[in-house]
Design a protein around this ligand. Sequence first.
Ligand code: SF4
Ligand code: SF4
Length: 79
Amino acid sequence: MTEVNKQANIEHYRFHHIDTEKCKNCEDFSCEEACFRGVYKVVNKQSIPKCTVVKEREDFCIKCHICTTQCKKEAILID
Ligand code: SF4
Ligand code: SF4
């Protein structure tokens, strides 16, 4: 896959950016577990998982970076 295509998989929120292509093979959904502020919701866990940011909770993020550390696939970027 080219770099351009990879970029197309990134879903942008206000300051979170998720490479949802990487979520497709995720099995532990550790982002949801890691974030004690409830910023993430993983949808389609039984089929093709995708991490989403709960928009009304994004501002609760304190940029502790526990989630970026816990996501083994390094799918999360925070500005
Ligand atoms: S963000 Fe990381 S931990 Fe969360 S579903 Fe995607 S790959 Fe899995
Ligand atoms: S940086 Fe911390 S508070 Fe922000 S989304 Fe990640 S785990 Fe949650």
